[in-house]
Design a protein. Structure first.
Lengths: 306, 537
């Protein structure tokens, strides 16, 4: 177990190093000059060169990347080119909102997705199954913008049950979390359905049924823990996606998450922020996956980590 | 002695306009209350040396003051922190007498030392100010560094003398730019690079709260040196709000002004409803949207081809694409800019004439070229309209729809044959015709990386422009504007641009907002002049 953990941690560090290199390189070769964004339209050639030199952007790629990495290892993510604020401060200020929305969204996804998936598996091939799978198909393909605006318009503007966007109370969280929950539930329900169908065919389920256990008990106690395994791995991936930010939902609901920060930084070629957000979300994906793998043996004792 | 007398007399005449103008705020205005403004993007910075986008521009105006200012709702200059000013007969020395008793938000009195410090700071390369170039006329600008500008001197605690290396008729406008705002040295040094988040100025409001990514609260500066303003107790800026949602919240009474305006998709709906349309204030904007034709890339090196493109574009139709939120343009200057040439017809829409000109240029069969445009709505749709118009005269256009930074890069490098300026178009920094020439049509901007994307450079016109800008005497202002009008007419003869339209501004406000309409379409404070508006209850 310890050896496994160490190996995985080393792998994770290498993955993050790779991500940082690729992102930095892509931003380096991008045909858009961050210095021009800082210098603005009235700058003279002299000003542009002066800013380039001060930011070290006149140096070769290896030197620039080396400097960034050195800073990063000392916990310094640099300062935003345009806002001049520390990147760490910008990300940290948005982290609570991002984490809260992520938590809310995953809860909604699981509740909706798992119940739909289980129901579809139990009534496989029937009208219930077909209706649910059709629903999941629609939610998976629905655009974020449409669903968010629809929920906002109906439940906040028309019915007035929730505030029209914003951040701060539980009521503010409901609609954005529900939007993401509905959009993400399709993936979970499909995965849960197929996994559940496999498990329900297994011998031990037949044994349990033969012992005379009730259907509810068989499904919840015997089938669910086994069927849920692939779903847990998926939560790990979801965490990473949410940490990268959900630009559209965040901006419709005025939710101060990381997505908006990243989006603005990309528009303005603010490299330190783009790097920071990318690394934080890559870190979350890596950790999310690692945790999912570490939890698996506790749910299914057949799995051992080596 | 005689010479001295004469120059004193001239000084006095020049000093007069400074004291003459003033502005009477709305007599019905009531103090108190708070308003809510929304924006999609977070505010980048409130450091006046750094802030250079239309969102923070008006915020900075309310937090700080410069030596000069504008009469609210107009393009007319008035003194700000300077009580009076004098211009030497040769136009090279400006002496500003400061208003006594003006205090920074930290309680300290503002002095001439602060003015010098602020100008030294903005021009110091280490500050990385995007506005440093505006101060190029001040003596010692080329040597600007940690030691400051030799041309800015403190005569006594209430007098600053600024010496120029060349006469500059726009200098008082430059002193009214946000970049020339006066900041206290101790606050800047204490905050270091975070000054943009911890602003301290002398303005009508001070920053009370800033929650990154969520909201900013401006609080009334009770000690403000202008009597009676501001009226509002506070202004709340909520950021991260989609314009469509901001409009819904305004309709619900939660928002007073949506800072990003009425979203294009909702514009017809709002204007079609009399109750809502009545709360929309329309006004001109110092903006021109244009197509640049790169004169260094064939066949745009031929005058006939550039003229033909000018005649082939149906500007009325493009204006319709944006729901008529603009007026068709025929010259680089917008109609609300001094120096605009009245009565000039421009190149009329004439596809047959365009074809004939192309044939004259030996391109009767047309040619193929690239049009760069920004990838946000409505710019791709406008690019398509341009494509169709040009196809009608035989020109095949490939559209390259890119992110803003990439279009700017291609424009600066001079690799783009045609660029539609939408989303990056020129909006004046200050209301003077010279601001539409140097960087975007003059030789200075035509170099690598410059904003003159046509790479158009005419030395005769450049000389005329310099002559116009050396006419510093306000009494000769009419002659100067005439000269500028000639410069832009000279540009149109050579047709490096297709001026397409001048955007109109539409500011929507809640029912409870008071103050004359001009304050809601203030040419320099976009969207609203926060210092003078008020609320009814």
């Amino acid at each position: 177990m310890a050896a496994y953990l160490i190996r995985r941690l080393i792998q994770s560090a290498l993955i993050l190093l790779g991500v940082s290199f690729i992102t930095f390189f892509l931003l380096y070769v991008l045909p858009a000059d961050p210095v021009r964004q800082i210098a603005g339209r009235s700058a003279t050639a002299q000003t542009v060169e002066n800013i380039r030199e001060q930011l070290g952007l006149d140096k070769p790629f290896v030197v620039q990347y080396g400097r960034y990495l050195t800073g990063l290892l000392q916990g310094d993510m640099g300062r935003s080119y345009l806002q001049k604020t520390e990147v760490a401060e910008l990300i940290l200020s948005r982290l609570p909102a991002t984490l809260l929305l992520m938590l809310g969204a995953i809860v909604c996804e699981l509740v909706l997705g798992l119940s739909m998936g289980i129901a579809a598996a139990l009534w496989r091939g029937r009208a219930v199954d077909q209706a649910l799978m059709m629903t999941s198909f629609i939610t998976v393909s629905a655009p974020q913008f449409v669903v968010s605006l629809l929920l906002l318009y109906v439940f906040a503007v028309r019915l007035g049950w929730f505030p029209i966007g914003g951040y701060g109370t539980f009521a503010h969280l409901v609609l954005p979390a529900l939007t993401l929950g509905i959009l993400g539930s399709g993936w979970y329900s499909r995965m849960m359905r197929s996994s559940m169908i496999d498990v329900l065919r297994a011998d031990y389920i037949r044994t349990a049924r033969a012992k005379g256990l009730g259907r509810a008990r068989v499904v919840l106690r015997h089938a669910l823990p086994n069927a849920i395994l692939p779903v847990i791995a998926m939560i790990g991936i979801d965490i990473g996606i949410f940490m990268g930010g959900i630009v559209v939902v965040e901006s419709v609901f005025g939710w101060p998450g990381i997505g908006q920060l990243a989006w603005q930084a990309i528009q303005r070629v603010d490299i330190p922020i783009i790097m920071g957000v990318t690394l934080v979300s890559a870190f979350a994906i890596v950790i999310g996956n690692l945790l999912a793998d570490l939890i698996a043996p506790f749910i299914d004792p057949r799995i051992t980590l080596r | 002695m005689q010479k001295l007398l004469a120059s004193t007399a001239l000084m006095l005449t020049l000093a007069l306009p400074a004291a003459a103008q003033d502005y009477t705020p709305d007599p019905a205005a009531k103090p108190g209350g708070s308003i809510t403004i929304t924006y999609k993007d977070d505010v980048a910075t409130l450091d006046p040396a750094i802030g250079y986008d239309w969102q923070n521009w008006s915020m900075i105006k309310s937090l700080y003051d410069g030596l000069m200012d504008y009469v609210p709702g107009t393009t007319e200059l008035r003194p700000g922190l300077a009580e009076t000013y004098e211009i030497s007969p040769d136009g090279l020395v400006y002496t500003f007498k400061l208003r006594p008793g003006v205090k920074f938000h930290n309680g300290r009195e503002m002095t001439a030392e602060d003015v010098k410090y602020s100008l030294d700071r903005v021009t110091n390369p280490e500050t990385q100010s995007p506005g440093a170039g505006f101060f190029g006329a001040i003596a010692g600008f080329d040597a600007a560094g940690p030691d400051g500008l030799s041309g800015v001197e403190v005569v006594d605690p209430s007098t600053v003398r600024i010496t120029l290396s060349r006469p500059d008729a726009t200098f008082l406008h430059v002193m009214a730019l946000n970049f020339a705002s006066v900041v206290p040295k101790e606050a800047v040094e204490e905050a270091g690079p975070d000054f943009g988040k911890k602003p301290v100025g002398t303005g009508a409001f001070k920053l009370a709260e800033w929650t990154l990514g969520q909201r900013l609260v401006f609080e009334k500066n009770a000690d403000y040196w202008r009597d009676g303003v501001p009226f509002l107790d506070s202004v709340v800026f909520e950021v991260g709000q989609e314009p469509v949602v901001a409009l819904l919240r305004l309709q619900n009474g939660e928002v007073d002004v949506p800072g990003d305006g009425i979203p294009p998709a909702k514009f017809m709906e709002v204007m079609g409803d009399p109750a809502q349309a009545e709360r929309v204030v329309q006004g001109g904007q110092l903006h021109t949207g244009y197509i640049t034709l790169n004169v260094t890339i064939p066949p745009f090196d031929k005058l006939e081809v550039r003229k033909a493109v000018n005649m082939a574009i149906n500007k009325d139709r493009i204006t319709q694409i944006i729901n008529g939120r603009a007026v068709p343009a025929n010259q680089p200057l917008p109609p609300s800019m001094p120096g605009y040439t009245e009565g000039y017809a421009g190149y009329a829409f004439d596809p047959d004439g365009a074809k004939a000109l192309l044939a004259e240029a030996g391109l009767a069969d047309g040619f193929e070229t690239d049009l760069y445009a920004m990838n946000t709505d409505p710019n791709p749709r406008i690019a398509q309209a341009i494509q169709q118009d040009l196809a009608a005269v035989g020109i095949t256009v490939n559209i390259l729809s890119l992110a803003q930074a990439n279009v700017i890069e291609a424009g600066g490098a001079g690799t783009a044959p045609m660029i539609w300026s939408g989303g990056m178009a020129w909006i004046a920094d200050f209301p003077d015709p010279s601001n539409f020439y140097g960087p975007i049509l003059g030789c200075a901007g035509a170099g690598e990386g410059g904003w003159n994307w046509s790479k158009f450079c005419d030395e005769t016109l450049d000389a005329k422009a310099i002559e116009a800008d050396s006419m510093f005497d306000p009494a000769k202002s009419a002659d100067r504007l005439k000269l500028w009008s000639d410069v832009y007419m000279g540009v149109m003869v050579q047709a490096p641009w297709v001026p397409v339209f001048n955007e109109e501004r539409y500011t929507m406000k809640s029912e409870r907002m008071g103050g004359e309409d001009a304050l809601y379409v203030d040419p320099v404070s976009i969207p609203v002049n926060y210092d003078y508006v008020w609320v009814k209850q």
